[in-house]
Design a protein around this ligand. Structure first.
Ligand code: KG4
Ligand code: ZN
Length: 332
């Protein structure tokens, strides 16, 4: 099956081609520079830029895969969650191709895509516990199969990526600041600033990250101007506060579900401390941890294609009337 997958839920325009579930091309055009000037994603700018890049990105993905649009057997696209204007661009483009070619179409939940990304590089047996942590979402799922997902816990306020980005903004690191903060943190002392680890109860696998931002702001006000080393210490302290909780709650979920497998997903899974700490702690608790390469952690269409492929081979399709759903849930 030659499958075209399209993703445009936030600020990345992406297309990928999969041949029987194996990735043959993966194109991502990011709008990050456009939104950086505004300190966050501007929805109207995002949809306008998706409209400009969607056809070139799809064309490039087909070219990289060495195929023409006439050879496609199916098309899938993210239908939610995400920004409505952004979602509509990719979804309608995919539907247009399916309609013109008379081939099956399937809408894919963006989070189901993140949770399936690992399957592109590793044959992880089901069930596994999946930690999806990005700029918009932070949740823990039990994954029994692609599309057979149960929500175990989620954030009650900010997402982990949002906590990184908002605290990075406090010290002028630009937007999105998560990756820069991660780099600076490598040279810092994580014990320098005391930041809270919310919801510490052993059986609670919900998250709350808004307290970190408030505590960080208060600490900065008290400290005054930061020198170079203190900036690094601040980044290391924020990173440790976020990562400690992500690791502890994911491993708690594995224990509570009696599932000794953990898969990371989403942009924050690119964080170097999270990647190190989760593997280290996993070993201690006999949990095998799988982490996708960074390019498959941040938004991309390959993961959407992998989730779509699993559903299509089961015979699932959607009618072309499927609408975008900005607040689509998974496993709840
Ligand atoms: O999955 P993603 O590309 O888009 C969403 O669906 O949100 O995730 C983007 C988020 C941003 O908040 C960004 O700051 C964060 O992932 N991020 C990181 C790192 N790389 C990206 N956060 C911490 N450390 C990183 N290395
Ligand atoms: Zn995402």
């Amino acid at each position: 099956m030659l499958l075209l997958a399209v993703e445009s839920s936030c600020d990345e325009t992406a297309a990928a081609v999969l041949d029987d579930g194996k990735l043959t091309s993966n194109v991502v055009s990011t709008q990050v520079d456009i939104h950086a000037a505004w300190g966050g994603v501007v929805p109207e700018l995002a949809s306008r830029n998706h409209a400009l890049t969607i056809i070139p990105v799809i064309t490039q993905a087909l070219r990289d895969a060495g195929i023409g649009v006439h050879q496609l057997d199916a098309v899938c696209a993210t239908f939610g969650p995400g920004l409505i204007g952004s979602l509509l661009v990719g979804l309608q483009a995919a539907k247009g191709i399916a309609y013109a070619r008379g081939i099956p179409f399937l809408g894919v939940n963006h989070l189901e895509g993140h949770l399936a990304a690992i399957q592109l590089v590793e044959d992880v047996p089901f069930p596994y516990v999946g930690l999806a942590c990005s700029g918009g979402h932070t949740a823990i799922y039990r994954v029994d199969d692609v599309g057979k997902v149960t929500l175990l816990g989620e954030t009650r306020d900010d997402a982990a990526g949002e906590a990184f980005d908002k605290t990075a903004k406090l010290i002028g690191l630009g937007y999105p600041g998560g990756a820069v903060m991660d780099q600076l943190a490598e040279g810092g002392d994580p014990t320098r600033f005391k930041l809270p680890r919310a919801l510490p109860q052993l059986t609670d696998i919900d998250f709350s990250f808004s307290g970190i931002k408030t505590a960080a702001r208060t600490a900065l006000e008290k400290h005054g101007k930061l020198d170079e080393q203190t900036t690094k210490d601040f980044c290391a302290s924020v990173r440790a506060a976020i990562v400690d909780v992500l690791v502890r709650k994911s491993l708690t979920a594995c224990r509570m579900q009696n599932v000794p497998r953990l898969v990371l997903a989403g942009g924050v899974a690119a964080n170097s401390l999270l990647r190190r700490q989760v593997v280290e702690q996993g070993l201690k608790y006999s949990v095998k941890v799988s982490v996708p390469p960074k390019a498959l952690c941040t938004d991309n269409a390959a993961m959407v294609g992998r989730a779509g492929y699993a559903r299509l081979v089961r015979g699932e399709t959607h009618p072309l009337t499927l609408d975008a759903d900005p607040s689509a849930r998974v496993g709840a």
